[in-house]
Design a protein around this ligand. Structure first.
Ligand code: DX5
Ligand code: ZN
Length: 213
């Protein structure tokens, strides 16, 4: 299991130290939550803040867009050379076109599904994707309770992925901890995002390793 700590739960007063600590602690990716105050009722960070993060990072960035104007934000973050940019299917009228655009910028494209969106909604996009991110909370905030139905959804998605594009990864985001990690692994999940679980632990390295099962 790959682990992507979400810097939403980091101490933004000492972000460079926090980035160094999770990278030294053995994380696989750095999850960056981008919120525009429209698609979700919260706002976070733009490239002005993420650029020094990218410089301090020794692990690749996993940018999760929670925005209405996806194309604008893809263009804004592309110069930071993230490994992945994921966007919500619920906010995009032309997902296939946007996937091609992200790939043309040399970035791996992924799609995010809110808790109510069935995996079949993206069945015909799977062959063009590197990752599907399943939300296990309603997007907008860290520290929320895990929505357990994501486990069944991951199993259904895994079947579709096996049929259409076995290289596509499944990522789960929200309320992940050392209790639910085992059922996620069993369901076929490849990557977990963990914000409050990692940054709420005194020992980031220990928390990250407890999820790398
Ligand atoms: C929620 C974000 C998550 C969040 C996860 O909108 O997409 O990445 O930071 O935080 P935890 O792990 O605390 O639920
Ligand atoms: Zn996220």
């Amino acid at each position: 299991m790959l682990v992507a700590p979400s810097i939403l739960s980091a101490d933004f007063g000492k972000l460079d130290q926090e980035i160094k600590a999770i990278c030294d602690g053995g994380c696989d990716l750095i999850h960056v939550d981008v919120m525009d105050g429209h698609f979700v009722p919260n706002m976070t960070i733009g490239p002005v803040v993420v650029s020094p993060v990218a410089k301090a990072a020794t692990k690749p960035l996993d940018v999760h867009l929670m925005v209405e104007n996806n194309t604008f934000f893809v263009e804004l973050f592309a110069p930071l050379k993230p490994e992945y940019i994921t966007f919500h299917i619920e906010s995009e009228k032309h997902p296939h076109r946007l996937i091609q655009k992200i790939r043309s910028l040399g970035i791996k494209p992924g799609i995010v599904l809110n808790p109510h969106t069935p995996p079949e909604a993206i069945e015909f996009l799977l062959e063009d994707l590197d990752m599907v991110l399943l939300m296990s909370v309603n997007p907008g905030f860290g520290g929320q309770k895990f929505i357990a139905s994501v486990v069944e959804k991951a199993k259904r998605l895994k079947k579709l992925i096996n049929e259409r594009n076995p290289n596509c990864l499944i990522e789960v985001d929200g309320g992940v901890n050392d209790k639910n990690i085992h059922e996620l692994k069993e369901a076929g999940v490849d990557v977990v995002v963990a914000g409050s679980y990692v940054f709420g632990n005194d020992d980031y390295s220990k928390a990250i390793k407890s999820l790398q099962i």
